[in-house]
Ligand binder design. Structure first.
Ligand SMILES: [Zn+2]
Length: 278
């Protein structure tokens, strides 16, 4: 029996529905698009301190011991812990005193040096190819060509992309070994000493940060970038994270360390504040 117009149209609509269903079934589950970051939103640039926090191979790691955790005889719940760590592990500040005898200790650093316009220099492509990459003066000048001169008081943040490897010591530090012999096996990017000198001599930045374990690259033995920056009382932030969440320019960063009297370094809570007009 020849199909009538109505059965043909019914069949067609069935086929269209079937095709639609098939397409719907084979399509990946729909996920709502991520909302754009809201102006003024805060970005946490610090890793947590816990049993996985990475430290220099020779440094004692973070320890947290419960002192109390439970209902007291008074009938209320009470928790408190004891912790210990070396100054230079996890997301922390290096005070200038770390490598400069007359430099500021942590509590000496004026608060206004710890807040400023973020200049995020993205070298993640170079660092992905070369774990021993050192950020060059040319990288800094390329940023300026695109975004203008580093503003006075800028916090220059070097984004190598290595924070995505955290807390895997083998890929983040170059070695999961511990102890003095492991230091020679450290491989991660840093700031080239020539670029540190260029910054100190030509710009008025307040601090330099990086998303690796040290402002000098892993294979450094002279720590010249530390020494150059700290001689000029420019602190360093190390083991930052989420730098990919900041625009190259326009965000403000507030980086507040634990105020250790006489400290050469301290745990750091660094926060990015996104621009009001993205
Ligand atoms: Zn340090």
């Amino acid at each position: 029996m020849p199909a009538t117009r109505s059965t043909r149209s019914a069949l067609l609509s069935l086929c269209v529905s079937a095709a639609f269903l098939l397409a719907a079934c084979s399509a990946p589950p729909a996920s709502p698009p991520a909302p754009p970051p809201s102006p003024g939103a805060l970005v946490d640039l610090s890793h947590a301190y816990d049993a996985h926090t990475l430290f220099w191979p020779t440094a004692e790691r973070f320890t947290l011991k419960p002192v109390s955790d439970g209902v007291t005889p008074g009938g209320y719940y009470y928790a408190a812990n004891w912790f210990s760590m070396e100054e230079h592990g996890g997301t922390h500040i290096d005070a200038p005193r770390h490598f400069a005898a007359g430099g500021w200790t942590v509590d000496d650093i004026p608060l206004d040096r710890l807040r400023g316009p973020a200049a995020v220099v993205d070298v993640s492509a170079q660092a992905k190819e070369n774990a021993d990459y050192q950020v060059t003066t040319e990288d800094l000048q390329a940023w300026e060509k695109a975004h203008g001169q580093f503003p006075e008081g800028a916090l220059v943040l070097l984004r190598t992309g290595f924070s995505t490897r955290w807390p895997d010591a083998a890929t983040y530090l170059g070695t999961a070994d511990r102890g003095a012999a492991a230091v020679a096996n450290l491989h991660f990017p840093g700031l080239h000493p020539d670029a540190a000198r260029w910054l100190v001599e030509n710009r008025q930045v307040h601090a330099v940060g990086i998303d690796t374990a040290s402002i000098d690259f892993g294979q450094s033995t002279a720590f010249q970038s530390h020494r150059t920056l700290f001689a000029a009382n420019i602190p360093a932030f190390e083991n930052l994270t989420q730098l990919d969440q900041l625009p190259p320019t326009g965000a403000t960063v507030l980086a507040l360390p634990m105020k250790i009297g006489g400290g050469s370094g301290a745990p750091l809570r660094a926060v990015g504040i996104l621009p009001a007009t993205p």
